[in-house]
Ligand binder design. Sequence first.
Ligand code: FO1
Length: 452
Amino acid sequence: MLDRYRVDARRVRLLQKGVVGPGPVIYWMNREQRYADNWALLHAQDLALRDMRGLLVVFCLQKTFLSASHRHFCFMLKGLQELESRLREVNIPFVILHGSPEKELPRSIDQLAAHSVVTDFNPLRIKRNWLNSIMAEINVPLYEVDGHNIVPCWHVSEKREYAAYTFRPKVTRMLPEFLTDFPQVEVHPYGAGDIGLISDWRRIFRQFDTQAAETGSWPIAGELGGQRQLEVFITKRLSNYNAMRNDPLERGQSELSSYFHFGQLAPQRAALSVAAAEVTEENRAAYLEELIVRRELSDNYCYYCDDYDRFEGFPEWAKKSLDEHRKDSRQYIYTEEQFLRGLTHEPLWNCCQYMLVRDGRLHGYLRMYWAKKILEWSESPEEALRIAILLNDTLAFDGRDPNGYAGVAWSIGGVHDRAWSERPVFGKIRFMNEKGCRRKFAVDDLIAACGQ
Ligand code: FO1
């Protein structure tokens, strides 16, 4: 039985009313792939406890997903395998459905005579489309829970925010209400019935050729890996975060974004731990600005702008300015293949590309320079945007994420930025070049260290 809901009602939206079925509650997991600190899982358990039902977690495994490659599936699947064991300990079965959620989910809901369905919030088009198709097929209540943003995306603002300075006061004002600690998942007292589906992990891993090219510099997948990385960051890097974060030669960044992307670590857990850490206010504030204001602004952008990965999504001033510079002569124009292989004339850019390929990660400062050069060396802003998104999505562990789309759109299309003085090709988009990088860090040392 349940005394009271553990999840703030403002985090939950009833997307579709319906008639509850006699079977278990299904949590359709997509973005928040974790056991601990997961508001969507907690809400699903609240519903199941209230009505004395079993609880089942379902994940729809796709063969292809937004240019993801083996490295991403490997990272994700290892996390899911770990998750399955943790859920089993609390009597919550975990089931992998092979195929698209539009087909697989309604079938399972039907077969299990599900009570209701809960899913986690994801602002990307792919999830909105899945939800629309599923809603047309099912007849049970469907809930959506924002388990990613500390202040729920739809609550913090009702519109697309112009920039960090318009978003910051809104999110900051609401933080004290939402930055609360998480309750624990309870051992679930009711069985989910005979679901008859047990995951054959060996077969699943084999499908994705996940042993292909694993390297030592890749992050260690899973919730425990994420928690460990958070500890490393807090104990070893946070006290120098503000001074070191813009120097790619220092490993000053948190390196948590892959865990956030796959939901193996809750941003809210990171915020709570950093808020409690014994570091100077300057370092704490610098990291929380990135973690909360910038990250949650990316969700705001993708949620309220359907064109988050297209030229049309850029602000008016940027589109006008880029249009005016379409015909500017470009000294270098590279193809997708040349970019992919790091074959430009600029050693620093090639080094960035090499690190992205090798590590699946690129330092935040370099990521901006990397994307801006793609704008400078492509035949049009549309082509630059396409190539930057493709490379980021195919190579970066944290690609295919609102944060990635907003980052590329900031670099190439002035999203969340302002107009700067006009230049060829860039128009009024903020310019960056290798010379600027040299003012910030020892470029030649980085090129030598990258050992290309
Ligand atoms: N979500 C799913 O529900 N099913 C998948 O098969 C799946 C694969 C996948 C591969 C790479 C990747 O980066 C993400 C993937 N996701 C998948 C979704 C992901 O967890 C996020 O929800 C979105 O990318 C939004 O950030």
